[in-house]
Design a protein. Structure first.
Length: 296
C-alpha cells in the first residue's frame, strides 16, 4: 500500500509536467491549446534527433529544444493565435485543433509509425531505483520528474510575482486593453508567454520519452491527461495544477487496485466529478469549466 501511494505521487509529478504549459497558456491567453499534446510529441522527436542522431547530450538537447520551442511559440502566437483569439472562443479551439492534426500527420510522414524512446540516452537511469525502508523501491527517474515539476512551477510563479515581465504578463492576462493603455506591448507579452508555455512542453517531452515509448499520434493521450489534471485542480495557480495531477494519479491507482482495467476509467471518473463540481448546474463549455476552476 505504501509503495502504491508513493508511486501515485510520482505519477502525479509526471502529469504535472504535462499540464503546466496547458494551464499557463490558458491562464494568460484564455486559449485552450488543443495542439498541446502534439507539440509535446514534436519536442520529443526533436530530442530524439538531437540525442540519438546527432549525439548531443540529453541535457544540452533539452536546452536547445526549449529555445527552439520558445521561438516556435513566438511565431505561433504572431501568425495564428493572435488572429484566432479575435474571432471569439471557438476559433482558437478550431485553430489549435487544426495545428494538432497537421503536426500529427507531418510527424508520421517524417518519422513513421514506429515507437521511439529516449531511454538509451541515459543508460540505466530509466530503470534504476532508490531503495526505501521496508523493501520499497521507487524509480529514480520518476523522482527526478517530480522534482522538475515542482521546480518548474516555483520558477514560473517566481517569474510572475517578482519580475517586470511577470507583472506585464499578469496585467495582460487580466485586462488586455487596460494593459495596452499603460504602455505594455501586449502582443509581445502574449508571444513571450506562449513561448514559455511551449518551452515547458520540452520538459514534458523528455519525461515522456524517458519513461515510456511514443509515436507520432500519441499527443492526444498526453493532452487528455494534462486537461484532466488542470480541470480537477482548477486554475487559481499552478500549484493547484499540481494538486489536480496528484488527485488524478491517486484516482487511477485506486482504480487499478480495484480492477486491472480500472486505471484509466477511475481517472476519467475523477475528472467527471470535478466537472460537475466546477459547473454547479451551469451549461457545459470548456471555457466556463476552466473559469469555474479559477474562481473556486
Amino acid at each position: 500500500m505504501t509503495s502504491q501511494l508513493i508511486n501515485s505521487v510520482l505519477l502525479g509529478g509526471y502529469y504535472t509536467v504535462l499540464a503546466i504549459g496547458l494551464a499557463f497558456m490558458y491562464s494568460v491567453m484564455n486559449i485552450i491549446n488543443l495542439a498541446h499534446g502534439a507539440l509535446i510529441i514534436l519536442a520529443a522527436f526533436g530530442l530524439l534527433v538531437l540525442g540519438a542522431n546527432w549525439g548531443v547530450p540529453l541535457l544540452l538537447a533539452i536546452v536547445i529544444m526549449m529555445i527552439v520551442m520558445f521561438v516556435l511559440g513566438l511565431a505561433l502566437q504572431r501568425t495564428v493565435l493572435s488572429r484566432a483569439a479575435s474571432g471569439g472562443e471557438l476559433l482558437p479551439l478550431l485553430a489549435t485543433f487544426g495545428i494538432a492534426i497537421i503536426l500529427d500527420n507531418l510527424m508520421f510522414q517524417a518519422f513513421g509509425a514506429n515507437s521511439n524512446s529516449l531511454a538509451p540516452l541515459v543508460g540505466d537511469l530509466s530503470w534504476a531505483s532508490f531503495e526505501l525502508p521496508g523493501d520499497i523501491f521507487i524509480g529514480k527517474l520518476s523522482v527526478y520528474i517530480l522534482i522538475v515539476a515542482i521546480a518548474t512551477i516555483a520558477a514560473i510563479e517566481l517569474l510572475l510575482r517578482r519580475t517586470d515581465l511577470g507583472h506585464r504578463i499578469q496585467a495582460t492576462s487580466q485586462d488586455r486593453a487596460t494593459a495596452a493603455l499603460l504602455g505594455i506591448d501586449t502582443d509581445r507579452t502574449l508571444a513571450i508567454a506562449t513561448g514559455i508555455a511551449l518551452a515547458t512542453g520540452v520538459l514534458a517531452a523528455a519525461a515522456l520519452g524517458l519513461r515510456s515509448s511514443w509515436g507520432p499520434y500519441d499527443g492526444s493521450a498526453q493532452l487528455l491527461f494534462a486537461f484532466e489534471a488542470v480541470v480537477i485542480g482548477g486554475m487559481g495557480s499552478l500549484w493547484r495544477v499540481l494538486i489536480g495531477a496528484m488527485i488524478l494519479a491517486f484516482a487511477q491507482s485506486l482504480g487499478a487496485m480495484i480492477h486491472p482495467q480500472g486505471f484509466l476509467i477511475s481517472g476519467h471518473l475523477a475528472f467527471l466529478a470535478a466537472v460537475f463540481i466546477r459547473l454547479r448546474g451551469e451549461s457545459f463549455s470548456l471555457s466556463s469549466l476552466l473559469r469555474k476552476g479559477m474562481r473556486t
